[in-house]
Ligand binder design. Structure first.
Ligand code: NDP
Length: 322
């Protein structure tokens, strides 16, 4: 009998994931096991399962502690909390959960956009507070006189664009490369697009390359009727610049699902009336989280059975490049 494959789970994961991991692997827990036991097990650990968004990331130091590591299976399409460069250097494959969440995140992005433009949470609060009995809810901004620029036209960006096309408003997008076969105008220059549109919907990956992509000059270019929707990562927006821009009328409003230092959201944002704030819920439905969880498990099972992992990220192709 061969000993069970030993893996490391960095923090809590969905019950359906934990159940399946426990059935197939000997699971160590970074967040629970005592340090000495973990140090003893480290040389035998061949895989890591992580929900980086909800706990500890997989950094270079952790990877260095695991000399037998072959695969890191990340729950979520965004893997900015995994040091993919450190993994690639060692020929460790990193997998994520692309595709299965595109429609859910796109639905939420559109909902957040409408909620922000039409001030739906504010209207709900207005009714609950009994204010309707003495006045009508004030008129709001509209999608009817606004055009939209999508920042990032990948899997999710395209799903958002497809939905927004049905709203009959002009659409454009910014990405480093133009996307073939789409009818929308490509802007290589984000500031130029921000000047041309009234709404930015941000859906690029996080990480160093997109850090503070949405900065003060972009917000100034967006202008006083401008609306920012961020369903990407908090790191993509200069949050301090955004707070200033919302406070001094540089832009009109923002709808945010993600923040720089989750779950801490600056008091200044929470006090503002021209923002809609969500606790990072874009993919957070039973249906979609189950699909994401199954893909994490299936990646690990494929690898452990000697088959190619299903969804390796582009930086760590399978099999590893020599
Ligand atoms: P894709 O990799 O399919 O698409 C990424 C897009 O961003 C591409 O159009 C890419 O184009 C563009 N992009 C990448 N880097 C840059 C850059 N430096 N400047 C400008 N554009 C850039 O990713 P997905 O659509 O699957 O997911 C996007 C991100 O959404 C995830 O990485 C994740 O962080 C976030 N997300 C957030 C969720 C939430 O809960 N709020 C849920 C799911 C995802 P090009 O390479 O040509 O620049």
């Amino acid at each position: 009998q061969t000993p069970q494959t030993e893996i490391l789970q960095t923090g809590p994961m969905m019950a359906m994931i934990e159940r399946q991991l426990a059935a197939h692997f000997h699971v160590h827990r970074l967040d629970r096991d005592d340090a000495a036991a973990l140090a003893r097990a480290a040389p035998r650990i061949r895989a890591v399962a992580t929900a980086a968004g909800g706990g500890l990331g997989v950094d270079r130091a952790l990877i260095a502690r695991l000399p037998a590591l072959e695969i890191v299976a990340n729950f979520g399409v965004g893997y900015d909390a995994v040091d993919v460069g450190a993994a690639a250097e060692r020929g460790i494959v990193v997998t994520n959960t692309p595709g299965v969440l595109d429609d859910e995140v796109a639905d939420l992005a559109v909902a957040l956009l409408l909620a922000t433009v039409r001030r739906l949470p504010q209207a709900d609060r207005f009714l609950r507070e009994g204010r309707w009995t003495s006045a009508a809810f004030p008129l709001t901004g509209s999608l009817r006189d606004r055009s939209i620029g999508i920042v990032g036209l990948g899997r999710i960006g395209r799903a958002i664009a497809g939905r927004l096309a049905a709203f009959g408003r002009p659409l454009a997008y910014h990405a480093r490369n133009p996307v073939a076969g789409v009818p929308w105008r490509h802007y290589a220059d984000l500031r130029q697009m921000a000047r041309a549109v009234d709404i930015l919907v941000v859906i690029v990956p996080g990480g160093a390359a997109t850090r503070h992509l949405i900065d003060r000059p972009v917000l100034e270019a967006l202008g006083p009727s401008g609306i920012l929707i961020n369903v990407a990562r908090g790191s993509v927006v200069d949050e301090a610049a955004l707070i200033r821009a919302l406070g001094d009328g540089t832009i009109a409003a923002a709808g945010l699902d993600v923040f720089a230092d989750e779950p801490d959201v600056p008091e200044a944002l929470r006090r503002m009336d021209n923002v809609v704030l969500l606790p990072h819920v874009a993919s957070a439905t039973h249906f979609t989280r189950n699909a994401m969880g199954q893909l994490v498990v299936d990646n690990l099972l494929a690898w452990s059975q000697g088959r190619p992992p299903l969804t390796p990220v582009p930086e760590t192709p399978w099999p590893a490049k020599a």
